[in-house]
Design a protein around this ligand. Sequence first.
Ligand SMILES: [Zn+2]
Length: 819
Amino acid sequence: MRNKRAVIVQCRLSSSRLPGKALLELGGKPVLAWVLNTMKKVPAAKYYVATDHDSYDLLLPICKENGFECFAGDLDDVLKRFCDLIKKIKVTTIVRATADNPFLFYEAAISSLEEFEEKQKSKKKCAYLTFTGLPHGSGVEIMDADELLAAAEQTDNPYDHEHVGPALYNHKENFNCEFVKAPARFRNPDLRTTIDTYSDYLRAISIVNYLGLPKGKKWVPYTTEQILDACKADYVQNPLVFVPSVTKGQGTGHLHRCLACAIKTKGFIYIPKDSSLAEVPALVSEYMEKGLCQNQIIHELPDETYSPVIVTDCFKMTKEQAQLYGNCKKLISIDEGSEYTQYCDYLLDIIPSYDCQRLPNSFDTSYIQKPLNVRKEISKNIENVLICIGGEDPAGLTVPAARALAKVLPGAKITAIVSNVQKYKDIVHINFIEPVENLREKICEYDLVVSHYGLTAFEAAFAGCAVIMLASTKLHELLAQKYEFAFIPQGKLDAQRMQLALESPNLYPKMSLSTQQKSLGDFITQLSSSKRLYCPVCRTQSSKPDPIISRNAGRTYRRCQNCSMVYMSFTAEEEKQYKKTYFFEDYKKQYGRTYEEDFEHIKKQCERRIQIIKSFEQTGGAKNYLDIGCAYGPSLAAAAEQKLNPFGTDISEDAINYVKNQLHFPACCSAFPNMDSEKEFGISKFDYVSMWYVIEHFKDLDSVLSKISQLVKDGGIFAFATPSGEGVSARSDLHKFYLNSPTDHFSIWEPHRAHKILSRYGFEVVKIVSTGHHPERFPSIKKSNAQKDSLRWNLIDKYSRIMQLGDTVEIYCRKKGGK
Ligand SMILES: [Zn+2]
């Protein structure tokens, strides 16, 4: 059988979406070489690339190198091309692969080939077989050569002729075609490995970067497991694209930082083809020597089919940039100074912020790359001075600074870094030089560095140099002051001011900033696997970003502009799993005692809540009460004592077993809202439904509230308890409140805005009970240190209750309709 098999790889270079894709470079090899190298693993008598006449010469060397022969045939009638080749080489079975699939599963190909040949032995001859459910781009087709020739004879449908398989499987009445569900280890229909578009190509680069580059002419193809592992890896799924400023006049600091990060993270760097920064090619080659790969530099962003995590380091985004990047998978911005930061999922400030008004997620100077070469001691005399204003020096400060320095330090050697030395050739006494490679490590050679507010000034300070900042704006003056640098105010640059600056006690900055060195690349890698979330009620992304409520190191919170819910819009924290440990270890960590120990206490609370629920009762008779997230059943026990019929559901199997076996109440384990109450309890609508401290845990509140709306009878009551976004903690220190909010609370309810949300689901708020009153959290108690039960304490406690300033809230609402 084997000597009649042929592997035929179909290839042409005239793709409209991605021209010449078979020749694109992937890990140092053309894409076609990947396909051929992999298909060589499938045992066959003949190995052919079937192409058109125009592509033949370009493909031939790659075919030869990989042990394939090359056949040129019709360009558009691919079916004819195949048939001509089959007639020429006289084989019985065809394994067809295409040249845009570098990550074929050769094991699946062999296995489908064997299955095909097995079927050939039966009475009804198999004409075509393929595995279904493989990643898009990892599969092959097996065909019977004679049947394909016959099929080609029988069809003049243009579609059949542009392709190969359809001539058979679109004519199942004449040909026996089998679409076989692939064995489980190959099945991953949601993944994509083919290269059809530029975005696919970037994904392919990521896969190769993740798995490692091939070594040698003949290399071992990736296994199925390797390819699947890569496709599912964070690195491949969340491609990082750094966007540095490459604009003339903004210096090279941004590009330096991004290039270094790209090496560390193996991410892409987006540099538009029309970048106006002259230093780009030189800097890129400098970093290539340090390990950057050419294919990490991209001139086009991937589209939504391979949406990237954008990391901007571009000084100030334009509105268009902010909108474009904000629409990507995630937007992380470093030292972002524009007014469009609401588009950013995460804001990282490394250099103390330009804009002191807006809050970053984190501010950490440990990410400033500190120079390794530092001065051993402070020099007594300033003899060697560097002026480095960066970029194009748009304010023209270099020459005035040099002149002022020459006056006050007559003997000193003055060096100035400028981007165009020629421009200054008439000025003597100053040594003008072009931008210096790796200045950071050379800066310690200078006794004094004169710079503007920016990275160089900080690096010089870390290197132990004297530093004078030239402020080009009022804000820079404030920042220079804040971080205790000697500086010359805006527009005041002369010899007298220079002398004053030299006498400043801050000439050697004390650097209250962190001297610790953290890796920015590692941090960005960590952040790239974080999650962006949308309003749990509305579930969509608006064209305008929702306003920011609070940012902290792990999370970002926004207010939905449609329904006004405050929600977690970004989280870098690990997802919590509600296993058995949740009610034991986690609960104990949070509340200092186990859930079971707390049972009686919680039950008492539930008794009070159920009394409130019952107070809305309009008719008598036994009432059915469902508690969602019932845990070990304290609310069910309280309900039973108050003559209700309790039912419970919870995600924890252990808790449900306890409720059923120890408390003997009907209960079911479910991941709400996936629960069929009719099936579980024989009840489709309840008089009362409750959720005690559960509602904030759902990322998809819409389906939860819709389901609850279905479960509550018209006129029935839905009640829930949750932390309050309007309590004293939130009011006295909003950011601290959100920082302390548990990482698995996705929505924060503000009682006064609850009505708007609940009415969408047919509920009308009938009562709000402010709970969790803590006088000790009020500023006046904190300040006066008043003791419990003192007059002030009791007054504050009363005030908290009247003003509904408790840190938790119970909301009771009635299902509209009916009576
Ligand atoms: Zn919303």
